[in-house]
Design a binder for this molecule. Structure first.
Ligand code: PXP
Length: 239
C-alpha cells in the first residue's frame, strides 16, 4: 500500500494572516488539496494562532473527504478541547513549547510515560487515532508502545539535514526506529523537512511507512508548479 500524503496547510494560513482578510482562502485550499489528490489534511494550531487558527480547524472539519490530522501539544487545555470537539481521524501529539518557531524534538516517552498513557487514553476513548512525535531512537519507540499510542511520527529533520552529505548514514537510525515500531506493532508516520529531493529515498527505505505530513517545502514548491502539480509530484515520490 502506498504511503499516504497528508498536506499540512499551516503555511497557507500564515500567508493569509500576514495581510488580514481571507486571501488565500484556507478552507478552499483544504478542499482543493483533497481534489488534487492529497490523502489527508494536516493542521497544527499553536496557542498564539499565528499560523492556522482554532476557528479554521472547526471550519475545515466538515469539508474533509479524506483524513484529518490535527497536531499539537496536549498540555495546552484548549488544544485538547478542540480535538475532542472536532474529532479528527488522527491527533498527533507534539511536545512543542509556546512561541516555538517549529517543532524541534520528540517526546521523551520514558520520562513522560504516565502522562502520555492518560492523555492518549482520553483521545482513544473518543475514537480518535493517536500518533506521537518521536526522535528516531529505538528506546523511545519501544517505550512509545507502552503508552497505548496507535502510531508514532518519526521526526525527520535530522534525516533531511544530512541527506545530501550521506543519505545511507542519515537514514540508518530511522530504519532501526521503524524496525522497533514494526516489532511493537505501532504504525509509522513521518514528517518535518521532507521535500521532493529526500522523500523518495525515505519512503522506500522505511518499512511500513503509513503516512507523511508535509507543509513547508510542498507549499513553497506550489508557488512554482501550482498546487495540483506539486501534490502529484510528491505522490510520485511515494510510489
Ligand atoms: N510534523 C510535525 C509534528 C510538525 O510540527 C510539522 C511542522 O509543523 C510537520 C510535520 C511538517 O513539517 P514541514 O512543514 O517541514 O513539512
Amino acid at each position: 500500500m502506498a504511503t499516504k500524503l497528508s498536506v499540512n496547510i499551516n503555511k497557507i494560513a500564515t500567508l493569509r494572516n500576514s495581510r488580514g482578510g481571507n486571501v488565500p482562502d484556507v478552507l478552499q485550499a483544504a478542499i482543493d488539496c483533497q481534489q488534487f489528490g492529497a490523502d489527508g489534511i494536516t493542521v497544527h494550531p499553536r496557542p498564539d494562532e499565528r499560523h492556522i487558527r482554532y476557528a479554521d480547524v472547526r471550519a475545515i472539519k466538515p469539508i474533509i473527504t479524506t483524513e484529518f490530522n490535527i497536531e499539537g501539544n496536549p498540555k495546552v487545555d484548549k488544544f485538547v478541547e478542540l480535538v475532542l470537539e472536532t474529532k479528527p481521524h488522527q491527533v498527533t501529539l507534539v511536545p512543542d513549547t509556546e512561541g516555538q518557531l517549529t517543532s524541534d524534538h520528540g517526546w521523551d516517552t520514558i520520562k513522560e510515560a504516565v502522562y502520555l498513557r492518560d492523555i492518549i487514553a482520553l483521545f482513544k476513548k473518543e475514537g480518535i487515532r493517536v500518533s506521537i512525535f518521536v526522535d528516531p531512537q529505538a528506546d523511545m519507540v519501544a517505550a512509545a508502545a507502552d503508552t497505548g499510542t496507535d502510531r508514532i511520527e518519526l521526526y525527520t529533520e535530522a534525516y533531511a539535514k544530512n541527506y545530501h552529505n550521506d543519505r545511507e548514514k542519515a537514514i540508518a537510525p530511522y530504519i532501526q526506529a521503524a524496525e522497533m515500531a514494526n516489532l511493537k506493532k505501532l504504525g509509522i508516520n513521518a514528517g518535518h523537512d521532507l521535500d521532493r529531493n529526500n522523500l523518495h529515498y525515505f519512503s522506500k527505505s522505511i518499512p511500513g511507512l503509513l503516512e507523511v505530513s508535509i507543509g513547508h517545502a510542498l507549499i513553497a514548491d506550489a508557488l512554482y508548479y501550482g498546487m495540483g502539480n506539486t501534490i502529484q509530484l510528491y505522490k510520485r515520490c511515494l510510489q
